[in-house]
Design a protein around this ligand. Structure first.
Ligand SMILES: *Cc1c(COP(=O)(O)O)cnc(C)c1O
Length: 424
């Protein structure tokens, strides 16, 4: 099946007379005929749904669909993108160990890694993803257990050289974990370039309608957890399952099975059946939406680039962009709807511009089906001075525009009237 077909058909096949649309199994629990069988479920020698924190038929169908889209062996839905990132790393990294991450990652991921993981005893080194391999190698330590980066970074919009990062990880016997949120599996499938694990905030384009929080972890099944001897968590007995060895019992699905039966069991950041149902509705139209988001955004980016009011536009789909060649390699069909644009005149003029917009809405969100805008200097980064903003790569006039699916002429018209309103 091609991607568009998988979006509609993968993961759920109705029985004769069964519901055509994916049913919502709004049940926390399931009924069994014998204690012997329930015992087998707990020993992981039989597989079935028995408690919705661990698995549920509706959530399972969506997990199978996303695994099919990414080309993985299995997936695990989580309550949010943050939970997916957290579990994807904690599944293989523990106290006293180390992670290498690119520095241009989502602010929430940055806090998770730099502050919360630090408290858990996990150290993180942030690197410039554009640095050459030899330079990046210097960040790797004997106790490094994962390399992490974002395909299309939020909000920096840098494009990750996935093949280079995979080489860095694999030459050190560790996996590459890629946050593929902005690209979605429609625009880029990181496993095809050597990534081992993919995570998403499904809250963004996958859901697309701004209705349901969620995340997902997808396992390529390709990483050999036994080869380097660096992952006893996969190759040595888990006492919480009577000495089960994940790599032996689950083969290529060892990582994703462990994430579910150990971490989801213990930490409980699960997706709900209703949440998975809503996510599935979004996934059904994802190919149509993400390509149109990208096409609209390219038109808007080209328009913004032509204006005297604009300091610079950052959008990897633009030929002027430093990551344009990388985008053509990894995201040939488009680079999503998100654009960063810096408006001349600093903090106040950017805020005034936003306040004059009529249709485009001020939201703390990206990837909404409706065009949305946010001004970091007066919202998420308002505690910072102009000097601190600039040091962090954010100009005071920078706005993040998430181009939606309205007719692009209406989006352009709203931008034009707001620019006209701030002239004088
Ligand atoms: C939003 C986002 C997250 C966090 O996801 P939530 O669903 O908000 O928890 C992680 N990574 C990226 C790239 C994001 O854009």
């Amino acid at each position: 099946m091609e991607l568009e077909t998988k979006c509609l058909h993968a993961g759920y096949e109705p029985e004769n007379g069964g519901a055509r649309a994916l049913p919502i199994y709004q049940s926390t629990t399931f009924k069994f005929d014998s204690t012997d069988y329930v015992g087998k479920l707990f020993d992981l020698t039989a597989a079935d749904h028995f408690y919705t924190r661990l698995s549920n038929p509706t959530v399972d169908a969506v997990e199978k669909k996303i695994a099919a889209l990414e080309g993985g062996v299995g997936a695990l839905c989580t309550s949010s993108g943050q939970a997916a990132t957290m579990l994807s790393l904690l599944n293989i990294v523990s106290a006293g160990q180390h992670i290498v991450s690119t520095s241009t990652i989502y602010g929430g991921s940055l806090n998770l890694l730099a502050v919360t993981f630090e408290k858990l005893g996990i150290e993180v080194t942030f690197v410039d993803g554009d640095a050459p391999l030899e330079e990046l190698q210097k960040a790797i330590r004997p106790n490094t257990r994962a390399v992490f980066g974002e395909t299309l970074a939020n909000p920096a919009l840098t494009v990750l050289d996935i093949e280079k990062m995979a080489e860095l990880a694999h030459s050190n016997g560790i996996p590459l974990i890629v946050d593929n949120t902005f690209a979605t599996p429609i625009l880029c499938r990181p496993f095809e370039f050597g990534a081992d694990i993919v995570v998403h905030s499904t809250t963004k384009y996958m859901d697309g309608h701004a209705v349901q929080m969620g995340g997902v972890i997808v396992d390529s099944g390709k990483f050999d957890w036994s080869a380097s001897g660096k992952f006893p968590c996969m190759t040595e007995p888990d006492e919480s399952y009577h000495g089960l060895i994940y790599a032996e019992s689950f083969g290529e699905a060892a990582y994703i099975t462990k994430a579910r039966v150990q971490l989801m069991r213990d930490m409980g950041t699960c997706q709900t059946p209703m949440g998975a149902f809503l996510l599935n509705l979004g996934l059904e139209t994802l190919p149509l939406r993400i390509r149109q988001h990208s096409a609209n955004a390219l038109t808007v980016a080209q328009y913004l680039e032509s204006l005297d009011d604009v300091e610079y536009v950052c959008y990897p789909g633009l030929e002027s962009n430093a990551h344009h060649a990388m985008a053509q390699k990894y995201l040939p069909e488009g680079t999503s709807g998100v654009i960063s644009v810096s408006i001349k005149g600093g903090r106040e003029r950017a805020a005034k511009f936003i306040d004059h917009l009529k249709m485009i809405s001020l939201e703390v969100h990206v990837a909404d089906i409706r065009t949305a805008i946010l001004h970091p200097a007066s919202s998420t980064h308002r505690q910072l001075t102009d000097e601190q903003l600039i040091a962090g790569g954010i100009t005071p006039g920078l706005v993040r525009l998430s181009v939606g699916l309205e007719n692009v002429n209406d989006i352009l018209a709203d931008l034009k009237q707001a620019f006209a309103a701030i002239q004088e």
